[in-house]
Design a protein around this ligand. Structure first.
Ligand SMILES: NC(=O)c1ccc[n+]([C@@H]2O[C@H](COP(=O)([O-])OP(=O)(O)OC[C@H]3O[C@@H](n4cnc5c(N)ncnc54)[C@H](OP(=O)(O)O)[C@@H]3O)[C@@H](O)[C@H]2O)c1
Length: 374
């Protein structure tokens, strides 16, 4: 069934293959200038003019709802997630600085409400993925080719729309980290940290679909049922003896791949847990701490340390590679085979509560920005 879904014979995949050549990823955009700021009851957007605590520096602004120009479409934003990277960039701690003033938001989903005469291939009522940054707002107006039109998946339930709003960042990262660093085969063991994050959940689900066994490392109790329901083989709570417990969990099998979003001691413990020739992929530093790494582990176990940054992949990957990656992810999300938990929903006007919640420990999933009427 898994292969059938991605078969080249599938008309759904063929249509996805046509539309994913131009996907880009930006954490924030600055498409609205101060001159265009509106008043009264226009569409709202979030802006920051200085870096700092997101709950303090983010402002709700009113836009002027302008007419669509030739080649443009108007889209009502239906959902846009808050990612750790968004909060880091607003606070000035990310790998790239935002050009100020800036509208945050890396991705989302919207519905086309107006098209200009010249636009083809996308129609009013169609769902589109939002790319190019600046997605925390009520409405986007821009060239049609900046949006990714989605095929008709049948019933457009609120749940499906919310899940699709998180397509372009985390599921893609999970897929690429699982498939591009190590040639894993059925029965292989991997370990990953922050396993209850959205990326972690996607890694677990994608691994399970491939018959790969996952050791899911988290920092707190109470997550076993959720992770097991996603297909986890083992769930472990991080601690000083983590490497030993990972080895015990995998039995006599070597761990081929470790995927780390935490850094600090977790990074070091995952490196120690790898089998000979194993690879550790680092993709986040949630602890904010540098890691110490015993070179003896590299010498005697031939460990490879790699980094992953989706932004670089978007820059580097060609059209076919992007089509293949999106073409795998979207049908899985559409069919309900790939999901992330959703903790809470806030409107654009509630942005301060939204970012405050997104920064809290112990959330049960993603925080989404949604329209007022949901
Ligand atoms: N390199 C890339 O291209 C790339 C792409 C996508 C995401 N990322 C990174 O991946 C990480 C996860 O992103 P996400 O969107 O999936 O996150 P998320 O769903 O918003 O959740 C963050 C999770 O991290 C956990 N966490 C926070 N600090 C932790 C720590 N010190 N130790 C262990 N767990 C910790 C939280 O657990 P609790 O429930 O215990 O609070 C929470 O489950 C972030 O660092 C993000 O920047 C990187």
């Amino acid at each position: 069934m898994y292969l059938d879904m991605f078969s080249n014979r599938s008309p759904r995949l063929r249509s996805l293959a046509i539309i994913f050549g131009f996907a880009v990823l930006t954490l924030a955009g600055n498409g609205y200038s101060a001159e265009r700021e509106g008043s009264g009851s226009g569409p709202r957007y979030i802006q920051f003019s200085q870096v700092g605590d997101p709950a303090e520096v983010l402002e709700v602004k009113l836009d002027v709802s302008r007419p669509v120009e030739p080649g443009e479409i108007r889209v009502d934003v239906l959902a846009s997630p808050i990612h750790p990277s968004n909060l880091l960039q607003i606070s000035g701690s990310y790998g790239t600085a935002a050009k100020l003033p800036s509208i945050p938001g890396s991705e989302g989903i919207g519905r086309v409400v107006e098209t200009s005469a010249e636009v083809t291939g996308v129609s009013v009522g169609q769902l589109v993925l939002l790319t190019g940054g600046g997605t925390w707002r009520d409405e986007m107006v821009g060239p049609a080719n900046q949006f990714i039109p989605l095929p008709n998946f049948g019933a457009q339930t609120p749940e499906l729309i919310e899940q699709l709003s998180m397509t372009a960042v985390n599921p893609l990262s999970a897929l690429l980290m699982l498939t591009t660093f190590v040639n894993l085969t059925e029965g292989d063991w991997i370990v990953h940290s922050a396993a209850n994050s959205a990326v972690g959940g996607y890694i677990t689900q994608l691994a399970k679909q491939r018959g790969i066994k996952t050791i899911n490392v988290v920092r707190r109790e109470g997550l076993v049922d959720d992770l097991m329901s996603k297909g986890a083989t083992v769930v472990l709570i991080d601690g000083p003896d983590l490497a030993e417990r990972i080895a015990n969990a995998a039995g006599k099998q070597p761990v081929a791949l470790a995927i780390d979003a935490v850094g600090g001691e977790t990074f070091s413990r995952l490196a120690q847990s790898l089998g000979n020739g194993g690879t550790l992929v680092s993709y986040g530093v949630l602890s904010g701490k540098p890691a110490s790494f015993n070179p003896a582990v590299a010498v005697f176990n031939d460990i490879r340390i790699r980094g992953f940054w989706l932004s670089k992949w978007f820059e580097r990957a060609g059209m076919e590679e992007k089509q293949a990656a999106f073409g795998q992810i979207i049908p899985l999300i559409a069919s309900g085979s790939l999901k992330a938990n959703i903790d809470s929903r806030f409107t654009v006007s509630e942005i301060k509560q939204a970012v405050t919640r997104a920064a809290q420990r112990g959330r049960n999933g993603k925080v989404l920005i949604v329209p007022d009427h949901q």
